[in-house]
Design a protein. Structure first.
Length: 219
């Protein structure tokens, strides 16, 4: 199994997947069954792989690749699962990269049909099965966000709400509390969170202090 981190620019919006159907590809007697799964971690990947191997326990190989995490911190993994090195996991991963999807796992299960395909033939077959599986999987939109927390005096509530209203397109979610003072837990587009915090401080002449949400785990 191989792993690594892929980096690029960090847009706020990117594509994920929903679980897709099983898609079949046959060549020279060998049967390749590809499927795309929605995953968010190595634990999710392990669980999905367990499901596939349990259902298709008589198959010869269960090869796979995954991409988890947002743009800029994508963790990529792949496994040839007993096939010759570079003939299965890498072609599947290449198809995931071409599709430019995140939090996605593609598993290609193979039943050997009695005719050897050669390393090139194997790579092409796994790539084709992965491509078909990805094409069949529904996409889901993902948003890269950052969390902010603030508490303000009631006298500054109007100024805070005015800033939040102007930044409505940049805000994904707001939770408000009122006791003992107005409090806000905000999820904003990651690229705009710092500017939003600065605007809130400026609008209240520094009377509110905006902090990152302590529950944040994304680097």
């Amino acid at each position: 199994m191989t792993g690594g981190v892929s980096g690029r620019s960090d847009p706020d919006r990117y594509a994920g997947v929903e679980d897709g159907p099983e898609v079949e590809h046959r060549i020279l007697g060998s049967r390749f069954l590809g499927r795309t799964f929605r995953v968010a971690s190595d634990d999710d990947t392990a669980e999905r792989l367990h499901e596939v191997t349990r259902v298709h326990h008589a198959a010869t190989h269960h090869c796979w690749a995954s991409r988890t995490g947002p743009p800029g911190t994508v963790v990529e993994r792949s496994d040839d699962a007993g096939e010759p090195t570079g003939t299965a996991g890498r072609p599947i991963l290449d198809r995931l990269r071409r599709a430019d999807v995140h939090d996605a796992l593609v598993v290609v299960t193979r039943w050997f049909g009695g005719t050897k395909l050669g390393t090139g033939g194997l790579a092409r077959a796994y790539a084709e099965a992965a491509a078909r599986a990805l094409e069949a999987a529904p996409r889901r939109p993902l948003v890269r966000t950052a969390g902010l927390e603030l508490v303000c005096a009631f006298d500054d509530l109007g100024s805070v709400e005015a800033v939040l209203a102007r930044a409505g397109a940049e805000i994904v979610e707001i939770a408000r509390t009122w006791d003992p003072a107005p409090g806000f837990r905000i999820r904003a587009l990651r690229s705009r969170a710092r500017a939003l915090a600065a605007a809130l401080v400026e609008a209240t002449a520094g009377r509110v202090r905006v902090e990152p949400d302590p529950r944040e785990t994304e680097p």
